[in-house]
Write a protein that binds this ligand. Structure first.
Ligand code: ADP
Ligand code: MG
Length: 556
């Protein structure tokens, strides 16, 4: 047997790292700015525990684009690096100074540090022929140094005369990456990845006004305490995220620190029709750094309709910061979000039922979709899912929960198996006669006429095992125990026989067709609902002759 160590040739591995580590070249800016943020946060931490002397001053980050010289410079006023630190952190690929710092200063706001893999810095070489680093450590006796590297494993390190604390990273943009010399391209990347980073970032280029504000909001709403925020603050943040005019229906502020770290705000947008649904409107952040807006797996499928922000340093990200599926933390976060959404809906329902009902048009879609796709959510949803009564007018709409519907219809809407028969309409105009017929019998007809309802009816019929659905215009005689049919006849046996001899009565659903026997007429048979039929019988009683007196003797 033989054991050994595999030899890695830096000359060969370096181009591979450069080329394949990140598929998306835009992220070089995110990585370098993340490092600048880390350097600033580290300085704050060290200053707060007395390890860094002197003024911290204004911590800010500048991104300077120089189109003529084809450079992009990222400058910070963070901790900087001594010559020894440059050797340690920049010359050792995959050695993360961020990780080292987090271990050393555990308990000192270490969650604020973004870095993790010790590879982000090298993304600079994806877009550069040459990278220069000018840096001066916060330690007063450390001279400033300049590091230079062209992307080969050889580098150059020398003293330089930088006087301010902090680091300038100068990227000499290569031929293939000329697109990054376009200010709008850079601004786009900054807005995408850095919009909510905690240190102000200024973008400078020749057409930019010198006193332009920072491109980022360093204190996004989700990082604040819910008690510090008004409804207006939440609405404004929604606008800031999406530039929508329509305010959200309501929102949920997520704030967990155990067993995982998660903050965020989820908004319920106003949606009435499925074609209005926009997925991928939830943005995932890790320590305020934008990661992705594909949150599949982190957010349950049915909640992808929500909008907003989720921020968690505990979502396991790989080097390219896409997250790893199937991770137990991700599963927990997913469950937590589902629970929070159900909590919020239940709270609204319990505390502000009228308001909840008023929003049902928009909420129904989420709730139904959730109940269909997530059994845990269905259990919760059973309490606040609403049926809208078909006949109720705008402004005085009437709603029932499943349990309320059960109580209101009591024994009337049951079939022979004891199941609740939910009578529903898919079209209140076309099925109007049937609805009124059913209502006249004391039945409650509910409206299930949205795009999701056919599948909802299908699914719930199997999930709610003591419920069956019956469209109001379908034959319901089979399904319902017809209480009125079971009433003892008020007619004498003789009268009944006479009546039966005179009419042909055919039941179809709630309508009956009545033909007077022996009357050869071209006129169509009378189609009437039962109450209507009784009324007509009365009218006929006023006719003269033997028939009239027969009707007149009919019981009420
Ligand atoms: P990570 O951020 O995951 O640790 P990087 O490859 O992005 O890995 O950076 C390597 C290390 O280089 C950092 O951890 C840090 O110690 C150092 N470094 C990079 N950029 C800066 C900077 N702007 N200021 C101070 N130190 C820096
Ligand atoms: Mg980094």
């Amino acid at each position: 047997m033989q054991k050994g160590t595999i030899q890695v040739q830096t000359e060969n591995i370096f181009p591979i790292i450069k080329k394949f580590l990140y598929s998306d070249h835009d992220i070089f800016l995110r990585e370098l700015i993340s490092n600048a943020v880390d350097a600033s946060q580290k300085l704050k931490t060290l200053s707060s525990i007395g390890e860094a002397k002197g003024e911290v001053g204004d911590l800010l980050i500048e991104v300077k684009l120089d189109e003529e010289n084809k450079t992009i410079t990222i400058s910070d006023r963070g901790i900087g690096m001594s010559a020894a630190e440059v050797e340690k952190y920049l010359n050792q690929v995959a050695f993360s100074g961020a990780e080292e710092f987090v271990k050393k200063y555990k308990g000192q706001n270490e969650n604020a540090i973004i870095g993790k893999f010790g590879l982000g810095f090298y993304s600079a070489f994806m877009v550069s022929d040459k990278v220069e680093v000018f840096t001066k450590s916060f330690k007063e006796d450390a001279p400033a140094v300049r590091w230079e590297c062209d992307g080969s494993p050889e580098y150059m390190l020398e003293e330089t005369n930088k006087t301010d604390r902090g680091t300038d990273i100068v990227l000499h943009i290569n031929e293939e990456s000329a697109e990054f010399l376009d200010p709008e391209r850079i601004r786009g990347i900054l807005l995408r990845f850095c919009r909510f980073l905690p240190v102000p970032i200024y973008f400078r280029h020749k057409n930019e006004e010198a006193d332009a504000p920072p491109i980022n909001n360093t204190q996004p709403a989700w990082k604040k305490k819910p008690s510090e925020l008004t409804a207006e603050d939440y609405q404004n943040f929604y606008k800031e995220l999406y530039q929508y005019n329509e305010p959200p229906l309501f929102w949920i502020h997520l704030n967990v620190d155990y067993p995982f770290n998660l903050t965020g705000i989820l908004y319920f947008p106003k949606i009435k029709q499925s074609y209005e649904i926009q997925k991928d409107k939830i943005q995932l952040y890790s320590n305020q750094v934008f990661v992705t807006d594909e949150v599949k797996d982190i957010v349950p499928e049915f909640l992808m309709l929500l909008h907003g922000v989720i921020d968690s340093p505990d979502i396991p990200l790989n080097v390219s910061r896409s997250y790893l599926q199937g991770d137990p933390n991700v599963k927990k976060i997913n469950n937590h979000i589902t629970k929070k959404v159900a909590d919020k809906l239940e709270e609204l329902f319990n505390k502000e039922r009228k308001e909840f009902e008023g929003k049902w048009d928009n909420l129904g879609l989420f709730v139904k979709y959730g109940m269909m796709t997530d059994d845990k959510f269905m259990e919760r949803g059973n309490k606040f899912h609403l049926f809208e009564v078909a006949g109720s007018a705008e402004g005085e709409k009437k709603f029932y929960t499943l349990d309320e519907l059960r109580m209101a219809t009591e024994t009337l809407q049951k079939n022979k198996d004891g199941k609740l028969v939910i009578l529903y309409t898919t079209d209140i105009v076309q099925q109007d006669a049937y609805i009124r017929g059913a209502e006249a019998k004391g039945y409650i007809v509910v409206k299930l006429d949205t795009i999701i309802d056919p599948s909802f009816v299908n699914q719930m019929e199997t999930k709610w095992n003591d419920v069956t659905f019956n469209r109001v215009d379908a034959d319901i005689a089979d399904n319902l125990i017809d209480k009125q049919e079971n009433l003892d006849s008020v007619l004498s046996k003789d009268d009944e026989a006479t009546l039966k001899g005179l009419f042909d009565i055919k039941m179809t659903g709630l309508s009956m067709t009545v033909e007077v026997k022996g009357l050869s007429t071209e006129a169509p048979p009378v189609v009437a609902t039962r109450p209507e039929f009784m009324r007509r019988m009365k009218d006929m009683a006023s006719m003269s002759g033997p028939m009239g007196s027969f009707y007149a003797n009919m019981p009420d």
